[in-house]
Design a protein around this ligand. Sequence first.
Ligand SMILES: [Zn+2]
Length: 146
Amino acid sequence: MVHTSTDLPSPMPAKPVPVPSALTQPYWDAAQRGQLVLQQCSACATIRHYPRLLCAQCHSSEAHWTPASGLGHIHSWTVCHHVFHPGFAADVPYVLVTVDLQEGVRALGRWRGGPLAIGLPVRGRFELAGNLPELVFSFETTPNNS
Ligand SMILES: [Zn+2]
């Protein structure tokens, strides 16, 4: 049997890929364009994240998508040393942060920056890792952050 290069396993296992549902497709479509969007209740204007079928405040199922500022403050973080999936073997150690966005919801993303502190002002944006959007936070340096 002759093996060709196409028979060989990829040297880097692929990372797991988000599988959008009808509920989350608009979020991932915007992410692919580099935009962070949040679901907003059309009845009471409550922002919610992650996407859900019903508003936790008024139980309406009517919602739309609104652009997010990406601005927020560090809630917490963790340094990931363990490889839970082989697709991340080349990434460890890496830092994940939870950020309280100024829109009133909390988001999870990668950290690109120096030493962290709770309450540190940050800005999130989507970067493409290969063709996969990844939410990345870094120091916010503009004077108008809140
Ligand atoms: Zn509502």
